[in-house]
Design a protein around this ligand. Structure first.
Ligand code: XMP
Length: 332
């Protein structure tokens, strides 16, 4: 059995013993793992921690503001926000291959992060939100010698960054990380968020990534998520688990995908010729296999109406009914 207050004080002592009076930097992504790591390390060493939050222009709607509000305003963590949208868009221009896009995003991320952290002369430690399954997965990958999709956020530390690694979540499973996050004062809503891939909307915009596409996708995605959160779930609970209260909690991952395809529509007296978004919602235990979620038709209908009425530039919404396998959860 897990005693949270004891766990936290032990973890805090361990971090203090490890880093002493050194400065630590941490790349905050807005995801659960890096957020919980930041909150824990901040609890241990306060202002010796500086977080760098890189906005690659491929984040969800209002994500930057949310991260800054929570960490900087509420928790008093030192956070440097870097708007690198232009840089990322520049390097992604003309690139359509999914793996190529991932590589570019991963590489630029390290680049921006290094440039920013280089300004913190004293930093001796790089903190990461690595959790136990990441450790296992990276080890397994080498043995099998195959990568289905390259995850850029594990083991991506370049040789040239002469920093020691601080990974206080290395022994924890996801559910433990979430409990720890809540105990450290992070809002339940953020700690129980669906996973979001490191390359962000970059792998949810098919083919070439453009700012115009990202802006449309962000708005469609926010409407979908809002409606999932606002629609009560009336189904049964999974064995041994609490019944989900709404469709957001009843799905493992849900998002919109931008299709750079135009189709014809009508709006008032006129004809439209605009882009399509696909909605994806899945249920899964381990993300290795997944079922598409049987969302209520009324929910899908409402999301579709809202997207088409509220987001000028989109005139068609489709729902993805593919399982994994053979489809993957993300479209790229
Ligand atoms: P797929 O699409 O392979 O996704 O069924 C399985 C899970 O992995 C996430 N995913 C990624 N996460 N970097 C990440 O950090 C990536 O490049 C990446 N690609 C997929 C995906 O969101 C899902 O949860």
């Amino acid at each position: 059995d897990w005693n949270m207050p004891d766990y936290i004080s032990e973890a805090v002592e361990k971090i203090r013993a490890q880093v002493g009076t050194d400065e630590v930097i941490l790349g905050l992504s807005g995801g659960v793992d890096s957020s919980v790591a930041a909150a824990l390390i901040h609890r241990a060493i306060g202002d010796q921690l500086t977080c760098v939050f890189v906005d690659h222009g491929l984040l969800r709607l209002n994500e930057g503001k949310m991260v800054m509000d929570m960490f900087s305003k509420n928790l008093g963590v030192k956070v440097i926000q870097v708007d690198a949208t232009e840089q990322f868009m520049g390097h992604l221009a003309g690139v359509t291959d999914p793996e190529q896009k991932r590589k570019i995003i991963g590489r630029e991320f390290v680049e921006v992060f290094q440039a920013e952290s280089g300004k913190l002369v004293n930093a001796k430690w790089l903190a990461q939100g690595t959790i136990y399954p990441d450790v296992i997965e990276s080890a397994g990958k080498g043995k099998k010698g195959q990568t289905i999709k390259s995850h850029h956020n594990v083991g991506g530390l370049p040789e040239t960054m002469k920093l020691q690694l601080l990974e206080p979540l290395r022994e924890l499973f996801k559910d433990e990380v979430r409990k720890l996050g809540v105990a450290l004062g992070l809002p339940h809503e953020m700690v129980y968020r669906h996973p979001f891939p490191g390359p962000g909307l970059g792998v949810r915009i098919l083919g070439e990534v453009k700012k115009e596409y990202a802006d449309l996708l962000r708005r469609a995605d926010a409407i979908f998520i809002e409606e999932l959160r606002n629609t009560p779930y009336e189904g049964a609970a999974m064995p041994g688990e609490e019944a989900p209260k709404n469709w957001y909690d009843a799905t493992s991952q849900a998002f919109a995908v931008f299709l750079p395809v135009k189709s014809v529509g009508v709006m008032g007296d006129g004809r439209t010729y605009d882009y399509v978004v696909a909605l994806r919602a899945v249920q899964t235990q381990d993300f290795m296999t997944a079922h598409w979620a049987h969302l209520p038709h009324t929910l899908l209908g409402k999301v579709s109406n809202r997207i088409i009425n509220e987001v000028r530039g989109l005139n068609r919404v489709v729902y993805d009914i593919s399982g994994k396998p053979p489809a993957t959860i993300e479209w790229e």
